[in-house]
Design a binder for this molecule. Structure first.
Ligand SMILES: Cc1cc2nc3c(=O)[nH]c(=O)nc-3n(C[C@H](O)[C@H](O)[C@H](O)COP(=O)(O)OP(=O)(O)OC[C@H]3O[C@@H](n4cnc5c(N)ncnc54)[C@H](O)[C@@H]3O)c2cc1C
Length: 402
C-alpha cells in the first residue's frame, strides 16, 4: 500500500463488528485503533445462535475451536404451558443438518471476547473513553474524545451498536433512522437456578409476552424476556419494575424468575429496533454492524451480519488500496440488498416471538409443531438458514491473517 493512502483507522466499539474489522484491517496492512466506552469488555448479556457467513469468518480468523468450546449445542426448543407441560416445540437437529454441523449457540460476550483476543497485539486498544466530536476534513478526520487530547485519523468507523454515537455525530439523531418494532427485550443470568433442562431452550408465553431459559455452564442460567410494548426504562430499578409489571401475574416459573432478577446486578434491557439508513458512509466516516443496519434479535443473525460486513469493509478497503470512497461504495453495493432482505424477514418473524393474542399463540405453537416433521422443517427453515451471499475472497497483504 502506498504511504500516501489512508492507514490509520479509528473504530468506535469493541462488540462484534469492531474487533472483526480491526482484525481484517490489520491483515490488510492498515493501523486500526479501537475505542470502547465501557471500562472493560462486557460479560454476561444474552446468548446468540451463530452459523453461516459469520461462522465462516470466525473460522478464517482461526476461532472455530474456541467458539465451539465456549458454545452450546441446543437440541430442543420446548414451549411449555403454565404448569410446565410441553405444548409445542421441535428438535433442532435440522439446523445442524442444514449447516453441516456448523451451528453453535454461545454468549455474545464470549464471541466478542474471543474476537478481541485476536487483535490485542495488532491494534491499539483504548477502554473507558469515547468519541465526542468528529470533523470530516478532505485529508483526515479530526477527532475529540471525552478524555485526553484530540487526534487525527485517516478514517473513522462506527461499530458502536444500535445506539451508535458515531452515527449521531456524523449522520444525525437516531430517530431519523430507527424503526421501532414495538417490543422490549431483556436478559439476565443467575446462579444455581432449578430446574435446568440441559441443552433445551425452554419457553413460556402468554399473549404479548414470552420468557425463556437456557442452562449455561458453571451452574448459571440465562433468562430472556420479550414483550410487545416499547417502554423506556433507563436504570436497573426502573427496568426491574417494568419486568415485574409485565410478568408479575405470570404462571409457569415467572414468580421464581422475578425473585432471581432481584438478585441480579446486570440486566440487558432495550427496545427492539432496526436501523435503516440511505447511506452507510459519508466522506471518511462509515458505519458497520448494528450501527449501520441493525436487523434486530428477530433476525437471529445480527452478529453474523456484523462480522460479514466488517470483513467485506476491510476487504474492499484493501482492494481499493485505501481509496475510501470506492471501498465504501463497493462495501454497500455488495451487502445492502442482502441486509434489506434480512430486515424484512425479521419484521415478518417478530410476531412469532411474542404473539399478541391467545389465537396467535396457538397458531405459533402449531407452526412450531410442524417444524418437528423433518421434511417440513427443512422447508420451513431452509430459506432462512442457508445464506445466499457468497463471501468475497480478498488478498490480505499482511501475510497469514491468523
Ligand atoms: C436478545 C438478543 C438476542 C440476539 N440473538 C442473536 C442471535 O441469535 N444471533 C445473532 O447473530 N445475533 C443476535 N442478536 C444480535 C446481535 O447481538 C447484534 O446484531 C450484534 O451484537 C451486533 O454487533 P455490533 O458489533 O454491531 O454491536 P454490539 O455488539 O452492540 O457492540 C457495540 C459496541 O459498541 C460499544 N459502544 C457503545 N457506545 C459506545 C461509545 N460511545 N464509544 C465507544 N464504544 C461504544 C458497546 O459497549 C459495544 O461494545 C441478538 C440481539 C439481542 C439483543
Amino acid at each position: 500500500m502506498s504511504d500516501t493512502l489512508p492507514r490509520s483507522v479509528l473504530i468506535s466499539g469493541a462488540g462484534i463488528a469492531g474487533p472483526t474489522l480491526a482484525f481484517w484491517l490489520s491483515a490488510a496492512g492498515f493501523k486500526p485503533t479501537i475505542i470502547e466506552h465501557a471500562p472493560a469488555l462486557r460479560s454476561g448479556g444474552y446468548v446468540i445462535d451463530f452459523w453461516g457467513l459469520g461462522y465462516d469468518i470466525a473460522e478464517r480468523m482461526g476461532l472455530e475451536n474456541e467458539i465451539n468450546e465456549a458454545g452450546y449445542h441446543i437440541r430442543e426448543l420446548r414451549v411449555v404451558n403454565g404448569d410446565g407441560e410441553r405444548v409445542a416445540g421441535f428438535g433442532t437437529r435440522v439446523f445442524s443438518d442444514l449447516t453441516g454441523g456448523r451451528y453453535v449457540t454461545l454468549p455474545r460476550s464470549e464471541l466478542s471476547k474471543l474476537s478481541f483476543a485476536k487483535i490485542e497485539n495488532r491494534a491499539e486498544t483504548i477502554f473507558g473513553n469515547e468519541i465526542t466530536g468528529l470533523q470530516d476534513q478532505p485529508d483526515h478526520v479530526q477527532v475529540q474524545f471525552k478524555h485526553g487530547v484530540e487526534r487525527r485519523f485517516d478514517l473513522v468507523i462506527g461499530a458502536d451498536g444500535l445506539h451508535s454515537p458515531v452515527r449521531r455525530l456524523a449522520f444525525g439523531p437516531q430517530d431519523r433512522f430507527e424503526k421501532r418494532l414495538g417490543y422490549t427485550v431483556a436478559a439476565f443470568e443467575t446462579q444455581g437456578y432449578r430446574p435446568r433442562d440441559e441443552d433445551v431452550y425452554v419457553m413460556y408465553g402468554e399473549p404479548g409476552r414470552m420468557v425463556g431459559r437456557v442452562a449455561l455452564r458453571d451452574d448459571r442460567t440465562l433468562f430472556l424476556f420479550v414483550f410487545a410494548k416499547d417502554i423506556g426504562a433507563d436504570d436497573l430499578p426502573a427496568q426491574r419494575a417494568a419486568l415485574r409489571a409485565e410478568y408479575g401475574g405470570g404462571e409457569w416459573e415467572c414468580p421464581r424468575i422475578l425473585d432471581a432478577l432481584d438478585g441480579a446486578d446486570e440486566l440487558y434491557f432495550d427496545r427492539v429496533s432496526q436501523i435503516k439508513m440511505p447511506r452507510w458512509s459519508r466522506g471518511r466516516i462509515a458505519l458497520v454492524g448494528d450501527a449501520a443496519f441493525c436487523v434486530s434479535l428477530m433476525a437471529g443473525q445480527g452478529s453474523a451480519l456484523a462480522m460479514t460486513a466488517a470483513y467485506v469493509l476491510a476487504g474492499e478497503l484493501a482492494k481499493a488500496q485505501g481509496r475510501h470512497e470506492e471501498a465504501f461504495g463497493n462495501y454497500e453495493r455488495i451487502l445492502r440488498n442482502y441486509i434489506v432482505g434480512k430486515q424484512k424477514g425479521a419484521e415478518r418473524f417478530a410476531s412469532a416471538f411474542a404473539p399478541r393474542t391467545r389465537w396467535g399463540l396457538i397458531f405459533r405453537n402449531q407452526m412450531l409443531n410442524l417444524a418437528s416433521i423433518p421434511g417440513l422443517a427443512r422447508l420451513a427453515v431452509g430459506r432462512d438458514i442457508v445464506d445466499k451471499l457468497k463471501l468475497p475472497d480478498y488478498c490480505w497483504p499482511a501475510s497469514d491473517p491468523r
